[in-house]
Design a protein around this ligand. Structure first.
Ligand SMILES: Cc1cc2nc3c(=O)[nH]c(=O)nc-3n(C[C@H](O)[C@H](O)[C@H](O)COP(=O)(O)OP(=O)(O)OC[C@H]3O[C@@H](n4cnc5c(N)ncnc54)[C@H](O)[C@@H]3O)c2cc1C
Length: 434
């Protein structure tokens, strides 16, 4: 068979800074560099046919850009004010664009980057970044110590910002390419796992008694507590490792909602040490504002004719959650569900109390990259200067955003990390060029 000749790559010559990826940290860096010093040329290489695809999907299309409690909050606000974004801040500290449109944030960043003279190449998937040994140590500008190869071309630069994101939401272009590129440049990678995602639980499996499928589509205010086995040999989760109040959402296969998303950040385990997802148990307090036992005891004293324990629960919990609680109580051997409330024993009330305040769920699977909003793991932080995001292994290489081994809870913190790291890399490059 005849070998096809390799397609010749277009040589794009030299630019001062190459940014691989056109997402949140990349665009913040590009805008900041060009705003600070228009002499520094910047080329963004984005593999999608348009940049900032993920930004458009953030915050369910509203883009929770930052949080008043986020590291670098003031700096982020200053940056967005400077580029002309009007924001609104809610009482819980969450900050959104005033229009509540994620597309507006994406469009503004792209427009500012282009207006300031950034070159943005799309359909430009980066496949290789070379840094020649003999050029690594050279300090003078313009020597082009990096050569970045991408679909359709190659380009030399003095600086490279690796801003390819993690692996969460691969449909937005983040398929983990940055890990390979960083590894080939000498970096070590902490195994990436999907976080801020839902958990599928044993209680939803067919044959499980009672089956929790009936809860699907229901939401409830609650406190979620994550327990972990103290050791692989222990029988059940005995060590509390996470607790958060919020709203749990029951799905067709398990549990979801912000508090559950945040909980998944704590569900890392190491198979080589005999650990597994089965080491975790989720306890939910479905009535966190009081003790249901007090209420039941009160109703027992003041019961009306025909009033059952199940009737009492239905005034506190949604009907199908109350029914599931009573099924759980029955499955534990108590007959409390069938009795009038006036006949409940202290043992019955205790059984209902345990089911309401300590309803347990056993995760069997965390939903994967397609459903996750962030990546835990990534380029080892030991190898990145925290102030500048510059690699400690390759001078002139910067690693920003989700690609580094940093992840945060929901609430605008992950985008904050992207903005702050992009701005830090930009400042470092600008100061070095002065
Ligand atoms: C559905 C969803 C909703 C979210 N909502 C929020 C929210 O409201 N608030 C919040 O704080 N966080 C949110 N996040 C998380 C947040 O979006 C990310 O943490 C943040 O975008 C990461 O920024 P980044 O710069 O690291 O990379 P990204 O913004 O992910 O951008 C990386 C870019 O690199 C490109 N790329 C990848 N590989 C290559 C390659 N080889 N060559 C060229 N280009 C490449 C990708 O196509 C992509 O455009 C959400 C995430 C998801 C998935």
């Amino acid at each position: 068979m005849k070998r096809r000749p390799e397609k010749t790559k277009t040589d794009y010559g030299y630019t001062d800074v190459v940014i691989t990826g056109g997402g949140a940290s990349a665009l913040a860096a590009a805008v900041m560099i060009r705003m600070s010093d228009p002499e520094i040329s910047v080329t963004v290489l984005e593999k999608n046919s348009e940049p900032a695809r993920k930004i458009r999907a953030t915050g369910s299309g509203r883009c929770n850009i930052t949080n008043t409690a986020a590291e670098g909050y003031l700096d982020i606000m200053k940056f967005f004010t400077r580029i002309g974004l009007v924001t609104r801040t809610y009482e819980n500290g969450l900050v959104y664009p005033y229009s509540e449109s994620a597309a507006d944030v994406a469009d503004l960043l792209i427009r500012r980057a282009l207006d300031l003279g950034t070159v943005i190449l799309t359909d430009a998937e980066v496949t290789d970044i070379r840094c020649t040994e003999e050029k690594q140590g050279r300090e003078e500008a313009g020597c082009g110590r990096f050569e970045t190869v991408f679909k359709g071309g190659c380009i030399k630069s003095d600086h490279v910002i690796l801003a390819c994101g993690g692996k969460a939401g691969p449909m937005f272009g983040t398929t983990g390419d940055g890990y390979r590129l960083a590894r080939e440049l000498g970096h070590s990678i902490v195994t990436p796992v999907p976080v801020l995602t839902s958990a599928e639980c044993r209680e939803w499996s067919s044959g499980h008694e009672p089956c929790a499928v009936r809860l699907a589509g229901t939401r409830s205010r609650c406190v979620v507590t994550l327990m972990r086995k103290a050791s692989p040999e222990a029988d059940y989760g005995s060590e509390e490792i996470f607790r958060e109040a919020g709203e749990i959402q029951f799905t067709k296969t398990g549990i979801s909602g912000i508090c559950v998303f945040n909980m998944t950040r704590y569900m890392r385990f190491d198979r080589s040490r005999g650990e597994s997802l089965a080491d975790f148990t989720v306890l939910t307090d479905l009535y966190p504002d009081g003790d249901i036992r007090d209420f039941l005891r009160d109703r027992r004293e003041n019961a009306l004719p025909g009033e059952t324990g199940a009737d009492v629960l239905c005034t506190v919990l949604k009907d199908n959650i109350a029914a599931y609680v009573m099924d759980t109580v029955s499955a534990s051997g108590s007959r409390a569900g069938e009795k009038p409330v006036s006949e409940l024993t202290d043992g019955d009330i205790e059984a209902i109390g345990n089911a309401v305040h300590c309803m347990s769920f056993h995760p069997e699977r965390l939903r994967g990259w397609k459903d996750a909003q962030a990546t835990s793991g990534g380029v080892s932080l030991d190898e990145i200067d925290p102030d500048t995001c510059e690699s400690r292994i390759v001078r002139g290489l910067y690693i920003t955003g989700e690609l580094a081994d940093r992840d945060f809870p929901c609430g605008g913190f992950n985008l904050s990390n992207a903005w702050v790291s992009g701005l830090a890399a930009a400042r470092s490059i600008v100061s070095r060029s002065e």
